[in-house]
Design a protein around this ligand. Structure first.
Ligand SMILES: NC(=O)c1ccc[n+]([C@@H]2O[C@H](COP(=O)([O-])OP(=O)(O)OC[C@H]3O[C@@H](n4cnc5c(N)ncnc54)[C@H](OP(=O)(O)O)[C@@H]3O)[C@@H](O)[C@H]2O)c1
Length: 293
């Protein structure tokens, strides 16, 4: 592998990214603020730079894995570093918002840096394995010319679009909203089953069985939103309202937390009070589109 790659930040994730590159045969250099965290990589055979300037000097692709975008800017927005990044591919793999990605892109454009933004859907242990999925956004040309490097982290290196904020936005939509909301629901259900002496294994089995039902429901929601057809022919918001209301009642009875259900009830209340109680659950999409304030 002839491309020289530098990884800035060798915390849990950066170390995994750097060692995956090295194992794939890339000429890999690392830098970390706390030098001790580069020792294991140095023992593996990776080159350790003693300054950021030294780290980026020779690299063709620079991967950043720091706590956040502020740390990245603090580190790289420097008159000694900016010219050394000119013309190079910079891939931001720290977590951030679409707005932060756009701000980062403005800075890179001023400096002539070719910038890609990425969102990692994996724990460090999954990096370099087939299970690792990383989303990238930004100019497709930048993605294509760094694809070989990015595939060292896993074959699932997916370019999602040219707008720089698209990878972090999808990250928030799926890994930040959809998946954690299901996990919140799972925990809320667990607490209720425990309070009602339902064996956890039985709960788990029903949760697993409901996955295919959920799959069908999500497909139905998607179609209704696409067609702007909110007819509640199979079920209405007023019927669904019983779910959070019931959870709140159980929470009060058992002295357990019901704040997740409170938020759901309040959202449904807004839809019902605006005269849409007979609409399908999909109508909540219209409510979510508007600010609650
Ligand atoms: N771990 C995961 O499962 C996972 C999954 C997806 C995405 N991510 C994202 O990956 C990024 C790194 O996460 P991590 O798990 O590797 O965290 P971590 O182990 O805590 O590492 C954080 C890294 O950021 C560096 N850092 C923090 N503030 C800095 C500053 N002001 N200047 C220079 N360096 C600074 C740390 O340097 P020091 O060693 O000197 O403190 C360290 O290298 C985060 O944005 C995280 O959200 C992580």
């Amino acid at each position: 592998m002839d491309q020289k790659v530098t990884v800035i930040g060798t915390g849990r994730m950066g170390s995994a990214l750097a060692s995956a590159l090295f194992k794939k045969g890339f000429n890999t250099t690392v830098w970390n603020r706390t030098a001790a965290k580069t020792e294991a990589l140095s023992q593996l055979g990776l080159r350790v730079a003693h300054s950021v300037v030294e780290a980026v000097k020779e690299a063709q692709v620079v991967i950043v894995s720091l706590r956040d975008y502020n740390s990245t800017l603090q580190l790289l927005q420097h008159p000694e570093i900016e010219p050394r990044l000119h013309g190079k591919i910079l891939v931001q793999l720290s977590s951030g918002t679409p707005m932060e990605a756009r701000a980062m892109q403005s800075w890179t454009q001023r400096c002539g840096i070719r910038y890609l933004d990425g969102a990692i859907w994996s724990f460090p242990i999954g990096i370099g394995t087939p299970a690792c999925l990383i989303l990238y956004s930004g100019p497709e040309e930048y993605f294509n010319c760094s694809k070989q490097v990015l595939r060292a982290f896993g074959e699932n290196a997916v370019w999602v679009g040219p707008e720089i904020g698209q990878a972090p936005a999808l990250d928030y939509a799926v890994a930040g909203a959809f998946v954690p909301y299901s996990m919140f629901g799972f925990l809320q259900g667990y607490v209720l089953c425990e309070a009602e002496n339902i064996p956890p294994a039985m709960y788990m089995q029903f949760v697993k069985d409901s996955m295919s039902i959920l799959d069908g429901y999500l497909g139905g929601l998607f179609e209704k939103i696409q067609n702007k057809d909110y007819a509640g022919d199979q079920g209405t918001l007023e019927a669904w309202y019983n779910a959070p209301r019931g959870l709140i009642s159980c929470g009060k009875e058992h002295g357990t937390d019901h704040s997740i259900a409170d938020a759901q009830l309040s959202l449904m209340d807004r839809a019902i009070k605006s005269g849409n109680g007979q609409a399908d659950f999909a109508y909540l999409y219209e409510v979510l589109k508007k600010s609650s304030g």
